[in-house]
Each structure stands twice: as C-alpha cells, then as structure tokens.
Design a protein around this ligand. Structure first.
Ligand code: EPU
Length: 342
C-alpha cells in the first residue's frame, strides 16, 4: 500500500477543488484499511486527523487537509434470496452508487429505481440517507457493517440503530469521525414491485415517454432524464448536488411568509412545513448568478457550481454564506448547508 504525501485531491471531490492532503492512501479491503490505520498510528505524526473519502460527492474542501485522507475502494456485490418476493443485496462501500442501482435493475430487483444517477458511492449513501423523488435509502436499508475506529472491530447497525432522518443519520451525529461504513445491505423486491410515481416530475416524464404501466426500469429512465435535464454532470461542471437542505419552519412562520408570497411552494413535514431552498434562493435573485469562479446552476438554484473549474473551496464557501445571508434577510429563514465542509 502506497502512502502519498502532499497529494492533490482535485480528482477526488466532485467540486473539482484543488486542495492538498498531507498524506493520502487508497484501500481496497478491510484488512488493508486496518493495516493502514495501525501503520498510521505507529509511524505518522500522532493525532493526525483522518478523512475518509467515497465518491467525494458531498464534500467541500475549504483548505488543504493536514492529515491522512483514505480513499475507500472496497468493491463487490453479493445477494441472498429471502423468499419468492424479496432478496437481500449487499454492496461494498466503494461501489459507485448509480452503477449499483443499474445492477439491481438489470436483475429486475425493485426499490432503488427512484435513486438513479445520484452521485457518490454506496458507502456514503447511509450517512445522509440519500433521497430523491419520494424515496430515501432508509426505505430499503436493512443494515450496514462499519469499522469502529477506536477498537478496529467490525460492528453492524440495523435500520433503527442508524436513526435516519431527512439527510441525516447517526453517522453524521454521534458516530461522526468514529466509524467507517464498509458495506450496506438492502432489501429489494423480486416481483410485484411497488413503484413510486407520485412525484410530479416523474409523472410528467413518464407521460412524455408514453409509458402508462411504468416498470422499475421505466422509472429509472425517467429519473435519469429529469436529473440530466436539471442537474449539472459533475464530470463536466464541478458541483456537489444540493448544497443546502430544504428548511422546515413552523406553521406560524410559514403563515407570515405565505401572506407576503402566496405562491410559495411547500410540503407538510410532521408538525412543520418544508420549503424548497431552491425557490427561496431563486426569489433572492441568485439563480444562475456568478461571482468570480462560482455560480448557482441556471436550472436549479440549490446547486452551487465551480463554474470556471478554477474555484477554491474558500470561494465556494463564501458564495454560500452570501446566499444564506440573502435568504435570511428576505425571508427570515436560515438555510443549513447539506455538504460536508472540511
Ligand atoms: N425550485 C425553484 N427554483 C429552483 C429550484 C427549485 O423555484 O431553482 C422549486 C420549484 O418549485 C420546485 C421545487 O423547488 O418544484 C422542488 O425542486 P426539485 O424538485 O428540484 O427538488 P428540491 O427540493 O430542490 C430535492 C433534493 C434533491 C432531489 C430532489 C428530487 C434536497 C436538499 N434536495 O431537491 O437531492 O434530487 O429533491 O427529489 O432535499 C441532492 O441531495 O444532492 C439532491 C439533488
């Protein structure tokens, strides 16, 4: 195993930000990961911070990382038939998420089709409970295996133990920096699939495709079309998907905002009201706006892009602060970043 020094992370984050890692190594198995951690403890400067990377799709590097970056490239997919209707599918952390979803669809396993084309790797999907078009991974997640970084033992977390919430889990809270996800197991349907097409954009896309009785493969194709038309491809323009979470506000606060903006889109969320952050940002005049190397995407104001390819993480962070201030001034609503800031 090679440990690189002063290694550029430009190719390892979808924003395409050029920050350096003091040390960098890639691991392809649990054994290699344990070996690396033990080596680091014994041979590298003590208290070196660690940063684990999957697809680097939810990450903003605002400075060089003065620690050890570990690229998790564990690969492999296995299956276990549960009964005539269901199968357990386990993927290792380093599998690319969309390729994994495509694999399940080729096998005609249902459940993950609405989550097609989400950037990133399987191992990071539980961290923020990735979700799109009415489905979150918690809906099909059974368990994951994680390496406890203190004891170097492998523990298993079931669905309830992961405490999934909207773009949230135990891995972003109590276990932050304490555990590394090694593999994830999903329960998928093998027949009589329950398709979720309620989301307006999906219905519209299926109509355009001329599909009436949508198969899981049709839904995936519809989602891919929608995402390709609205979201920038990180291979072409650096971005990390939605930069902020959609905020939830009290019904009282909502009533006062709605009085001034009757057209405000909103969804119920428990006792609260969820507002699309993209709408708030657009209303403040930020859609497509560029400052220096950074802009918001013309088709979706919630996505911040490295417009010129030359943006620094600091520049992107400062741009996002300006958006937060604008939305706060105009609506009294505080946006929260969804992207992991280093
Ligand atoms: N809108 C605007 N202007 C914009 C963008 C959105 O007015 O520039 C309004 C529109 O009214 C639109 C509504 O916001 O109807 C919702 O927009 P969209 O369907 O694009 O969804 P979103 O709430 O902005 C969320 C997820 C996305 C996910 C989509 C589809 C979050 C933070 N983002 O976006 O996830 O793909 O729903 O389900 O919850 C990601 O996390 O990286 C991501 C792309």
């Amino acid at each position: 195993m090679n440990i690189h020094q002063q290694y550029s992370l430009k190719k390892h984050n979808t924003f395409g930000v050029d920050a350096l890692a003091a040390y960098f190594a890639e691991v392809t198995s649990i054994e290699e990961l344990k070996e690396l951690l033990t080596y680091a403890k014994e041979h590298l400067p003590s208290h070196l911070p660690l940063l684990f990377l999957g697809g680097g799709s939810n990450l903003l590097l605002t400075q060089d990382f003065e620690g050890l970056v570990i690229q998790l490239s564990l690969k492999g997919i296995s299956e276990e038939k549960l009964n005539d209707d269901e199968v357990l599918v386990t993927a290792k952390a380093g599998e690319n998420w969309h390729e994994f979803v495509q694999y399940t669809l080729r096998k005609n396993y249902g459940g993950l089709e609405n989550l097609s084309l989400i950037p990133g790797n399987v191992g990071t999907s539980p961290m923020q409970n990735i979700g799109a078009y009415g489905v979150e991974i918690k809906d099909h997640f059974v368990s994951c295996k994680v390496l406890n970084l203190q004891t170097l033992t492998v523990d298993e977390y079931n669905n309830a133990q992961c405490r999934f919430g909207y773009r949230d889990s135990i891995f972003k809270q109590e276990l932050k920096g304490k555990a590394v996800i090694l593999e994830v197991t999903f329960k998928l349907s093998t027949r009589n699939h329950i398709v979720k097409t309620e989301y307006g954009a999906i219905q519209h896309e299926l109509q355009k495709m001329g599909v009436t009785n949508a198969s899981i493969q049709d839904i995936s194709a519809a989602v891919v079309h929608i995402r390709e038309s609205k979201l920038p491809d990180p291979k072409l323009i650096g971005n990390a998907g939605s930069f902020f979470k959609n905020p939830t506000i009290s019904t009282e606060q909502f009533a006062s905002v709605q009085a001034l903006h009757p057209e405000i889109p909103h969804y119920p969320s428990g006792d609260l009201v969820k507002i699309p952050a993209g709408w708030l940002i657009e209303q403040c005049g930020w859609k497509g706006k560029q400052i220096g190397n950074v802009a918001t995407h013309e088709m979706q104001a919630l996505v911040i892009i490295n417009k010129t390819g030359q943006a620094t993480g600091k520049e992107i962070f400062e741009f996002s602060t300006k958006i937060i201030e604008s939305v706060k001034d105009q609506f009294g609503i505080e946006l929260e970043r969804e992207v992991n800031i280093i």
